[in-house]
Design a protein around this ligand. Structure first.
Ligand code: DC
Length: 226
């Protein structure tokens, strides 16, 4: 990260509200929103389409090194492109969600993604969100946030997300799926999800999105005023 760019890094478990919050904070501050999870999802999508076994570290690393991931905005939110193709909805399917933790656990995959993320951080003011943006990708971020929420609330949010995509699921089902993903993401050897000592924890269980956004903006203003 170059010292001339400002970085807000937000990590937290699945469903803690990172994406929505980070996107809105970025919009208000005029920063670039960096959804690092979307990048791991893009690699996973290509792996599934190419029928690459999820344990084949070499083949997965090859995809991660060659894939060109770009982000764009429109009135519906963020668009994600891989090698020029719009993959915004393809990366949100249950198949990709089920496989992404395994793909993102490979050190070689992470190395390429982290390099791409840092390149963006060198060029632009960024609000990044993911699992290792505070610990590995941007250890010198201007502001580091750890977003959390109760598992019941996170599951409830996921049910609503899925409903919007036309998929019916239950809170109980989502509690199970989220718990499995949390455990995988937190226990893996490479860059596990963790709250760094210099991250500020924000519990979103009872907060509205606006509350979360305002809180982060005021923390950022405090930091940059000092
Ligand atoms: O935030 P998300 O659900 O889109 O993330 C998808 C997966 O990608 C998540 O299960 C863990 C992984 N991930 C990661 O390992 N490191 C990141 N910085 C972001 C996501």
């Amino acid at each position: 990260m170059s010292s001339s760019t400002k970085i807000i890094a937000i990590d937290g478990p699945a469903g803690s509200g990172k994406s929505t919050t980070a996107r809105m904070v970025a919009k208000i501050l005029g920063f670039t929103f960096l959804d690092t999870g979307a990048m791991y999802r893009a690699v996973t999508l290509f792996a599934l389409e190419q029928k690459v076994p999820l344990l084949d570290a070499g083949a997965l690393e090859q995809i991660a090194s060659s894939i060109q991931i770009d982000f764009g905005e429109n009135e519906d939110g963020q668009k994600v492109f891989a090698d020029g193709r719009d993959i915004t909805s393809d990366i949100r399917t249950a198949e990709v969600t089920d496989a992404v933790s395994e793909v993102s656990a490979h050190a070689g995959v992470r190395r390429h993604m982290v390099a791409k993320q840092r390149e963006m951080g060198d060029k632009y003011n960024i609000v990044a969100e993911g699992r290792d943006t505070t610990s590995v990708v941007f250890p010198h971020a201007t502001l580091k946030i750890y977003l959390l929420a109760s598992i019941e609330e996170r599951a409830r949010r996921r049910v609503i997300d899925f409903q919007r995509m036309g998929k019916i699921t239950t809170v109980q089902e989502q509690i199970k799926a989220i718990r499995a993903r949390d455990e995988y993401d937190s226990r893996r050897q490479n860059s596990p999800l963790q709250q760094t000592r210099d991250s500020i924890a924000v519990d979103t269980t009872k907060l509205t999105i606006e509350d979360q956004v305002n809180k982060i903006i005021s923390l950022f203003r405090e930091k940059t005023r000092a």
